[in-house]
Design a protein. Structure first.
Length: 570
């Protein structure tokens, strides 16, 4: 036996002979509770039920990390490394498990699962991770305490679990807990109780039937902002007309426009808010709610608090307009920052019209709504041409029969099998592209899994392209995406620019903006209006637990008022 093996057995013997105050019966019970991941599944359920969106993301990443670590340790490594379990003669009988494991001692599967879950949770939220970590450490220590593993088995399991959790970031980047930076704006009116706020609730947004909240979004909003006017948009209502009506009422009252829906609904409301010079209150009521998360209003309570306090920020609004006449002559691609004029930015054309580093050169642009508005496509998050618009178009055709997520999977498989590159000119240079992505602001991380923005007022367009010219481009795209290495592939290009001109799109191309699909004109100018949109956001980051308590108190207060107003019999 080597010195490491001797040390392993020495530590195991010391633990077996030792008496640790408070360890019994806690550690044996924890060890049994963690069998088959039951302890962690229960913890994930509690996080998802009690916490907010961050807690749900943490629970989901924790469970995913646990599944990966358990598969690697129990189904692969244990069958590759055959190590006998420790001899438990020196372990007190009261500590021993009723059923002794028979598989290889190396590594500790319980420790791998515990470390994976705790690390996965911590990657999404350090606060929730700090709550889970002591329990995970106790589970790992319990495996030596009850005599079923050597210390090195436990350490190897912890390392495997933490690695599995870290690897999930390659395909699913964690979102920072702090919202994106934006210019402070103090001109937004404070609306106590929501007086002067007109909110349109898009009941067609969200994950779909059967997956929505127990109480409707409109009821939750009335609890939080009883003085606000709530307009619900059903499947037979004209969403645009209802939104216009809400904007008129908000302007008459000197208040604000509110929107409850997904990113497509927020897009429409943002364009109207800019035109009418109204501040916008965003209540996340969609499936993914990218804009709300970036702004820093992941829950209704955040927005309601900001509306009552008058806290708001100014963010950029991007747009795509037909590049005709003077607009076409003025549309020259401009770059800034480290990528401008470099190899990364060069494929998108000349770096003219660069403007200033803060994006002030693009503060002016066409109106996003109003006369000729049908020709202007605003977007608060992303714009794309290529595979993604085709995927969304096909998903919408299948969604009625299959449901949203199954339809997405079927559409993705079909588009990857039958799709073809789109031909276009980008700033005057010909390209065949599988996908052109344009972000309203710089997205992180690099590659084609952009997850979040660190700034909402940088004046830049984040342009990413997958080239369709190289041989086996489709296969290379799929392999690079699977291994999370697309940003290192030669078929991937990127640039940060102020403006982008697309021509030669033809009659068959489609564009997607904030999840909505529309036909593309033959030529497009993509640019930004810097700081054009005022959005309510709390000045101080809110606690999810306090949000939950505040929402419960508001619901109880409204319930009490309704009960007090009810007529008495007799």
């Amino acid at each position: 036996m080597g010195p490491l093996s001797d040390l392993d057995r020495h530590i195991f013997a010391r633990v077996a002979a030792g008496r640790f105050r408070g360890a019994h019966p806690l550690l044996p019970r924890l060890s049994r509770a963690a069998d088959h991941g039951r302890l962690w599944m229960g913890t994930a359920a509690v996080l998802a039920a009690v916490g907010g969106r961050t807690a749900r993301r943490a629970a989901l990443r924790g469970v995913g990390s646990l599944a990966a670590a358990s598969l690697a340790s129990n189904a692969i490594v244990k069958w590759t490394v055959d190590r006998r379990r420790p001899v438990i003669d020196a372990v007190p009988v009261v500590r021993r498990l009723a059923r002794q494991p028979w598989t290889s001692s190396f590594p500790s599967g319980h420790s791998a699962s515990a470390a994976a879950f705790a690390t996965g949770v911590a990657l999404e939220s350090l606060r929730y991770g700090a709550l889970v970590a002591p329990v995970a450490a106790a589970v790992a220590a319990s495996r030596v305490y009850v005599g079923v593993h050597y210390p090195s088995d436990v350490l190897a399991g912890v390392a495997m679990g933490a690695t599995a959790a870290a690897l999930t970031c390659r395909w699913w980047p964690p979102r920072p807990e702090t919202p994106a930076q934006a210019r402070p704006r103090v001109s937004a009116p404070a609306l106590p109780g929501g007086a002067g706020l007109c909110v349109v609730v898009n009941r067609g947004a969200g994950p779909g039937a059967g997956f929505g909240p127990v109480r409707s979004y409109a009821e939750q909003l009335r609890d939080l902002l009883p003085a606000a006017e709530i307009l619900e948009c059903g499947p037979d209502d004209d969403f645009g007309a209802l939104l216009d009506r809400a904007a008129r009422r908000a302007a008459e009252r000197g208040g604000a426009l509110g929107i409850c829906g997904g990113d497509g609904s927020v897009n429409a409301a943002a364009a109207l808010a800019v035109e009418r010079r109204l501040p916008l209150a965003v209540f996340p009521g969609g499936t993914l709610n990218h804009f709300a998360l970036d702004v820093g209003v992941p829950a209704f309570d955040d927005t309601a608090y900001a509306v009552e306090e008058g806290d708001a920020v100014a963010v950029d609004l991007a747009y795509a307009a037909p590049a005709e006449g003077d607009a076409a002559n003025a549309a020259r691609g401009g770059g800034t920052g480290p990528d401008a004029g470099s190899a990364a930015g060069a494929p998108f054309g000349p770096a003219a019209d660069a403007g200033s580093g803060d994006g002030s050169a693009v503060g002016e642009g066409p109106a996003t709504t109003g006369e000729g508005a049908a020709r202007i496509t605003p977007f608060v998050n992303t714009f794309s041409i290529g595979l993604y618009p085709e995927l969304v178009h096909l998903r919408e055709r299948l969604q009625g029969r299959l449901g949203k997520w199954p339809a997405t999977a079927v559409a993705l498989a079909r588009v990857l099998r039958t799709g073809s590159p789109t031909e276009m000119e980008i700033n005057g240079r010909p390209h065949r592209v599988w996908l052109l992505f344009v972000g309203n602001g710089r997205y992180a991380p690099e590659g084609f899994a952009p997850a979040y923005r660190e700034r909402l007022d940088d004046g830049l367009l984040d342009v990413r392209l997958i080239d369709g010219n190289p041989r086996l481009a489709r296969t290379r795209v799929i392999l690079a995406a699977v291994f999370g290495a697309l940003e290192h592939s030669h078929i991937y290009m990127k640039a940060r620019v102020h403006r982008l001109r697309l021509t030669g799109l033809g009659d068959t191309a489609r564009l997607a903006h904030d999840g909505e699909v529309a036909p593309a004109p033959d030529a497009l100018l993509i640019a930004k209006r810097t700081g054009a949109l005022t959005v309510y956001r709390p000045a101080v980051l809110q606690s999810e637990l306090l949000q939950t308590a505040r929402a419960a108190a508001a619901a109880a207060r409204r319930l009490g008022e309704a009960g007090g107003a009810a007529p008495r019999e007799g």
